[in-house]
Design a protein around this ligand. Structure first.
Ligand SMILES: C[S@@+](CC[C@H](N)C(=O)[O-])C[C@H]1O[C@@H](n2cnc3c(N)ncnc32)[C@H](O)[C@@H]1O
Length: 219
């Protein structure tokens, strides 16, 4: 079994570049591979603290567009066109604050959300399910038709149901790993493109995924 190395090469690279987390490299790689970020894009970054993905999005947009970051834990905004909403994504007022901060429909939603694990399987699965449902509910309100979502998920028994839920909302889904993911990690990324919009068929599909849960050590 792969040994967990907290200070691997990506940790040292992140430090050298002044990035708040090694998670930044995963997003950097996926954005380059899938060209998900149009110039002047409006982006929502879910689970944004401590700010690794925000730093990558900010650098890629180079002062253009708008980025709205959401996390239960507050963190610093890397630039003037980045707005941080501190709160629980599952709360209606937090989703409303995201809509206000965006000002218009988003081109891309990124999600690196990971629940705080209790070690109690049923509770952890329920929390993961709630995060997925909250992310997709926000996407239905905030994403422009044709927009994209990049979301971290975990391979497990519940993965097919998670994928099915995304397929209700998006016309194309790719499942990928990144080079910066830790060896042996169950972490995967869904690249969901072609957002269908919040039509009646989407509203009727009740989210019932139970996402596999893993430790936040994957970051
Ligand atoms: C893996 S970390 C994100 C790392 C970040 N993408 C980066 O690059 O620095 C997962 C984040 O999800 C956040 N989170 C978990 N549940 C949440 C919820 N219900 N609402 C908002 N944020 C949540 C945690 O607070 C944590 O900061």
């Amino acid at each position: 079994m792969a040994r967990y190395q907290p200070h691997d090469k990506f940790f040292h690279r992140a430090r050298a570049r002044g990035l708040p987390s090694r998670a930044a490299f995963k997003l950097e790689e996926l954005l380059a591979r899938y060209r998900l970020l149009p110039p002047d894009a409006r982006v929502v970054d879910l689970g944004c603290a401590p700010g690794g993905w925000l730093a990558v999005l900010h650098a890629a947009l180079d002062g253009r567009g708008r980025i709205v970051g959401v996390d239960r834990v507050s963190c610093a905004a890397p630039g003037p066109h980045v707005i941080i909403i501190a709160g629980d994504l599952r709360a209606g007022e937090v989703q409303a604050a995201v809509m206000d901060a965006l000002g218009d429909r988003a081109d891309l939603i990124t999600s690196d959300l990971a629940p705080k694990l209790s070690g109690i399987r049923e509770r952890d699965q329920a929390q993961s399910r709630e995060l997925i449902e909250a992310s997709l509910a926000l996407a239905a309100r905030a994403l422009r038709p044709g927009g994209a979502m990049l979301a971290k998920v975990f391979m497990g028994a519940e993965f097919p149901e998670v994928r099915r839920l995304f397929a209700v909302h998006f016309s194309r889904i790719d499942v990928v790993r990144t080079r910066a993911s830790r060896p042996g990690s169950a972490e995967l990324y869904l690249i969901a493109r072609g957002f269908r919009g919040a039509g009646p068929e989407v509203a009727a599909a009740s989210p019932s995924a139970a996402m596999a849960t893993r430790s936040q050590r994957d970051d």
